[in-house]
Write a protein that binds this ligand. Sequence first.
Ligand SMILES: [Zn+2]
Length: 379
Amino acid sequence: MSTIINLRDFCRLNRDWVLETTEALVGLESPTTDKAAVDRCGAALAARLQAIGGRVTRLPRPDRGDHLLAEFGCGTSQILMLGHFDTVWPVGQLDRMPLTRIDGRLHGPGVFDMKAGIAIAMLATRALLETGAPLHHRIVMLWTTDEEVGSESSRAAIEDEARRSTAVLVLEPSLPGGAVKTSRKGCGTYQLTVRGVAAHAGIEPQKGASAVQELAHQILRVNALQDLERGISVNVVQVSGGLRSNVIPDEARATVDVRVPTAAAAAEIEAAFRALRPVDARTSVDAAGGIDRPPLERTDLVLRLYKQAQDVARELGQALAEGGTGGGSDGNFTAALGVPTLDGLGAIGDGAHALHEHVDIETLTDRAALVAGLITRIQ
Ligand SMILES: [Zn+2]
């Protein structure tokens, strides 16, 4: 029997195991901002990783949950399985979104994004080790705790592990229907601060230079950078300014969300923000921030990994589509280093960050077989 079919059969036999693992992780709520809660989930995850043969290292963080690194097998080269166990949901959300199985779907906070993805990676690893499939690499898992707030405390560890890896498999949720993500936009946030000159709005308005008026000019300039045909989006998402009803405002601020498809577009947008100058010379304009997640571009390296995954899916009797998304993940960091990265290998379901968040139960095991099969194909 072929390796892929062996892996598939092993995974299918462990349907209840992957379901129980997913439920155990979802049952331990882990909002990014609650270190104690995240660490409780991390402790249970660490124990489960050890139980399947992982050598687990905790990467301590003072104000985020500790990240977990787990190694399986031996060898000098490694494949990195990447994801996060923090969620966007507060503790107590389980009461509002109870962990339930209905109509073949498992519902619960963080189940799709992305605790089922972690369970899939664990089942894939078990399948490889327990069926004695040909393994050319060590498997390293990095499960982080701050992806939902920008990965500030995990980025260095992610990049270190990625540099050591032959390929990175990201267990984030799939696109609708199970498609993997072969491109993700880069994301950034800019903060515009405009300073003007305050004056009494009734007595001597001519002495004032309105920061709010200047910001209005700048907003139009910034909006003009948007180029949806090229996949560049630039949106002013928050504004504030002025203190009192009778004072010409001397300060105004705006937050701008930026999404770019390529590193070249990122450089272009960055230059445009740095080049902002005031229309009214009595005011000043400052642009802070920048593109903090580089784009995951659909390079030949990404495509080769996708083709390998497609071959495995075909052996499993499935089609594997690809797609892109405007949302970023930690795969953006690894792809930007030039390490072959395939994202969206996690669960099939719907409703990330939404009340109807769920995964399709019957697809969990074949998804694990896909991931395991892909790992056997990476040379
Ligand atoms: Zn996620």
